[in-house]
Design a protein around this ligand. Structure first.
Ligand SMILES: C[S@@+](CC[C@H](N)C(=O)[O-])C[C@H]1O[C@@H](n2cnc3c(N)ncnc32)[C@H](O)[C@@H]1O
Length: 384
């Protein structure tokens, strides 16, 4: 199986410990297969939406068999390589890729070295984790498809270089800034307060790349009248412009003449949408905003998120379809990572109270079931 990557003809690339193995991991077969959990499914015959529980490296390899070249948009928000703690998502290549190690002719010393690298907070460990997944992700995209990866400043520089390598530099399309903090920040040791994540967008193939939601504009107000300004009912001067690539807070959008407030505000403790114990949960408004640009409303196009977390992407797709009668589909992948009762007491209690396994994928499924019910008319509070 070849994950069909774009070759680098620029003469430079990022090297890191374990890169050869990481490359090969994308191409090695998986021994796993998918099994439908009818007991956990709802409206299976009518909805084409899917949640897959498992390690996304294996799942991407399985999806490769049926979804090669079929996914229009991929959005991922991977675990960040925070400098403060060890990277907990390392691949246990000792077990799953024993044959690969044999193939690479590694000795125990090298394997031990890589094993440690994969488990530390080093850039090499994080990049080794991401590399095969990004390579497989590219192969799933349609020719006009797009991959969006959200990241912070600890890894944006190295991520950009491996994306350039896997997708080809000419397929780099956007660097979108999401301001997750628009207010002030308590004084800390850093000189400037950290307030944004970066979202990189790469096309599969520049010549076929499809994006523009031409009907979506941003409304900007001005104090004074100037050339091109219009006046609204309250006498304010405004211009409807292309949406900016720096987004934050509440954006006033205009779609087919209709003015709406789209909130891409971070979810603070009091937010209705926020699930307790999910510090990394993103607002569904952010994903709705991105999906509006890249997915055709009615074409049954698929949005894949293989670091699904609390299931924001699925919730966003359902909300968007409910709002505009669209027919977009989603596939989410989330591992059965255990919920730490100390860090996420409420989410853990939620699971144990209901006799469901205290793993993150339980929360993903629960949120989506509730979001689905809400849209059908149940009126459900998503807080836990
Ligand atoms: C930053 S969070 C995503 C948060 C999500 N965007 C949301 O709004 O809730 C990353 C998620 O990826 C999951 N994850 C990490 N490694 C994984 C793997 N190998 N396979 C599947 N999921 C994984 C983690 O359990 C975590 O829930």
């Amino acid at each position: 199986m070849a994950a069909n990557s774009n070759s680098n003809d620029q003469g430079y690339e990022l090297t890191f410990a374990g890169k050869g193995l990481a490359r090969a991991m994308a191409d090695s077969p998986t021994g796993y297969e998918l099994k439908t959990r009818w007991d956990q499914s709802k409206d299976f015959d009518n909805t084409a939406n899917v949640v897959i529980r498992g390690d996304n490296l294996d799942v991407l390899k399985i999806l490769y068999q049926n979804y090669f070249g079929k996914v229009k948009m991929i959005y991922i928000d991977p675990p960040y390589n925070t400098r403060g703690e060890n990277f907990v998502y390392k691949d246990d290549f000792r077990q799953s890729d024993a044959s690969l190690i044999e193939e690479f002719g590694m000795n125990e010393e090298t394997t031990d070295f890589l094993h440690n690298v994969f488990g530390t907070r080093s850039h090499s460990g994080w990049l080794s984790f991401m590399y095969p997944r990004l390579k497989l992700a590219r192969s799933l995209l349609t020719d006009d498809g797009v991959l969006l990866v959200q990241i912070d400043s600890n890894s944006s520089h190295s991520l950009k270089l491996i994306l350039d390598e896997i997708f080809g530099e000419s397929n780099f399309k956007e660097e979108i800034i999401w301001e997750y903090r628009t207010g002030g920040m308590p004084a800390k040791s850093n000189c400037f307060g950290k307030k944004h994540d970066t979202i990189f967008a790469y096309s599969k193939q520049s010549s076929s790349y499809q994006f523009d939601n031409k009907s979506l504009k941003e409304r900007i107000y001005y104090e004074n009248d100037f050339f091109g300004c219009q006046t609204d009912a309250q006498g304010r001067y405004y211009v409807d412009v292309k949406v900016r690539d720096i987004i934050g807070g509440d954006i006033e959008t205009v779609e087919n003449g209709e003015v709406k407030i789209l909130s891409v505000k971070p979810l603070i403790n009091m937010s209705k949408e926020r699930i307790d114990g999910f510090a990394t949960q993103k607002p569904s408004g952010l994903i709705k905003f991105l999906a509006k640009f890249y997915l055709e409303r009615n074409e049954r196009q698929v949005l894949l998120d293989f670091f699904a977390g609390s299931g924001t992407t699925g919730d966003a797709v359902m909300q968007l379809n409910a709002e505009d009668g669209g027919n977009r589909k989603f596939i989410l992948v989330q591992s059965d990572e255990e919920i730490d009762p100390e860090k996420s007491e409420a989410a853990h209690k939620y699971c144990t109270d209901r006799n469901i396994e205290p793993v993150i994928s339980s929360i993903t499924l629960e949120r989506l079931n509730r979001a689905g019910e809400k849209i059908v008319g149940g009126g459900v509070n998503l807080q836990m």
